[in-house]
Design a protein around this ligand. Structure first.
Ligand code: PMP
Length: 443
């Protein structure tokens, strides 16, 4: 390949270039595998072949049935549900796949208004507004809330949509050590003395941004401590519940319910519909005043096409199941099952000798592989044994902290989990990913 960059600086910085073109390219078969089915407990992965040393992958018409340990389908609503699916089909016939319009124009259906009332009630805030994409919710709402003259203090492991939203806002950005309320307090203290700015920078406002469950670690945020700190220093809190809403808490209401925090103490609650509710889109729930302000200032509300009506209907139906408003107790069963399955899977992996990240009750867990060279071997050997896992490395994680990220779903049966564990144990042994001696099996 030519190194001639037309006399300009290269488009890709040297490390990105090395990483993405040289390394990523060689293991491209491990990423973006085409799938020919819904993201259920088992999926059909399209087989691919290469006749030029992996330079180009071609799709075949063959598919391989694999156990799916990668999708965020926490409550199992994404792959057809007896309550949701008939209603989604009906809404597709009635409303079509799209509104062909932004919310302020002709893009607000009855379903959108109904969902906004329901999601506000579900998370315990006075009002809510929805958007077509979770990523855009963060990247366009954060700049609508804080701008020049403001200060954002962001957890070091926040999602890329938050990082981009913070950058686009024009506010000053400080990063606090992941999940460290004490470091957050140090940063806030530096900005204030007795509630007064003391750094020569009279910030118009300060907003602390964190996530409910961190998506690459499976850890819960330290919400009670962070809420107390923010109250002390009069900082707003913005909480991204993409992975926690619907998935944790006694009735699925997320980390506030799980960790005993009053939703009134969290100023801005953000979440996505792409995980627990098996749909797409995002929301912001907050006070009436903030939601009204966002509706008339946020570009994603004013200029982007609204959520697809069948996607809205899917969320409406899924939340009704969670709230037992479908007349069954399936929601409670799903919540109990995801908790039980996640805790079982995590503790078995630890017993096998893996280093596993993630808190108890969290449906996300990462198996640390550390060495980048182990990633493709782990992924390919799992696939050969009909288990599809997601591998993650730089830039989604630090360079030396490469891992396989497992997501448990309520649609996994105990047999599915046992199959997954057996394969992971075998492959982990093969690639040398077990860092501790395995616990002897109990008879
Ligand atoms: N926030 C977090 C914490 C996420 O992990 C993600 C994506 N997984 C998003 C926002 C973006 O949401 P979406 O994929 O629904 O656009």
């Amino acid at each position: 390949e030519s190194d001639d960059h037309k006399g300009y600086a290269p488009i890709c910085p040297a490390f990105e270039d090395f990483y993405t073109r040289r390394i990523y390219h060689r293991i491209q078969d491990c990423f973006g595998r085409p799938i020919a089915s819904a993201p259920d407990a088992w999926i059909d992965v399209v087989e691919r072949y290469s006749n030029d040393n992996n330079k180009t992958l071609h799709r075949t018409t063959q598919t391989t049935r694999c156990l799916n340990l990668g999708s965020y389908n926490y409550l199992g609503f994404a792959a057809g549900d007896e309550y949701c699916t008939p209603r989604v089909i009906e809404s597709l016939n009635k409303y079509s796949p799209t509104t062909c319009s932004a919310r302020v124009d002709a893009g607000t259906t009855k379903l959108h208004s109904e969902l906004e009332e329901l999601i506000a009630r579900f998370v315990g805030k006075p009002a809510a507004v929805t958007f077509g994409m979770g990523y855009v919710t963060n990247s366009s709402i954060i700049p609508a809330l804080v701008g020049e003259g403001g200060l954002i203090i962001s957890d070091s492991l926040n999602h890329n949509s938050i990082v981009n939203g913070a950058r686009a806002s024009g506010a000053a950005v400080l990063v606090f050590e992941h999940n460290s309320p004490s470091q957050l307090e140090d940063l806030l203290r530096e900005q204030m003395v007795m509630g007064q700015p003391c750094t020569g920078k009279p910030w118009k406002k300060i907003m602390v941004i964190l996530e409910g469950i961190y998506s690459m670690e499976g850890e819960f945020c330290k919400l009670p401590e962070i809420v107390a700190t923010c109250k002390k220093y009069k900082a707003y809190i913005y909480l991204d519940e993409a992975h926690s809403i619907g998935a944790v808490g006694k009735s699925g209401r997320g980390v506030c319910e799980l960790l005993g925090v009053d939703p009134a103490d969290v100023d801005i609650m953000m979440g996505t519909f792409t995980k627990s509710f098996g749909s797409c889109g995002g929301y912001i729930a907050a006070s009436e005043e903030i939601i009204q302000y966002l509706k008339y200032t946020c570009p994603a509300h004013l200029y982007a096409t609204s959520m697809s009506p069948p996607a809205v209907q899917q969320v409406l139906s899924a939340i009704k199941v969670v709230l037992a408003e479908d007349g069954s107790n399936r929601g409670a069963k799903k919540l109990a099952q995801i908790r039980e399955s996640s805790n079982y899977f995590r503790s078995e992996l630890k017993k096998m000798g893996f280093v596993v990240l993630g808190d108890n009750d969290s449906p996300i867990m990462s198996i640390m592989l550390y060495n980048l060279a182990k990633l493709p071997a782990f992924s390919r050997e799992c696939l050969r044994r009909n288990v599809a896992v997601v591998i993650v490395a730089y830039p989604a994680t630090p360079v030396l902290l490469a891992r396989a990220r497992i997501c448990i779903s309520a649609s996994h049966t105990r047999e599915d989990l046992i199959k997954g564990l057996k394969v992971i144990s075998e492959v982990g042994g093969l690639v040398g990913a077990k860092c501790f001696p395995a616990e002897p099996e109990k008879i």
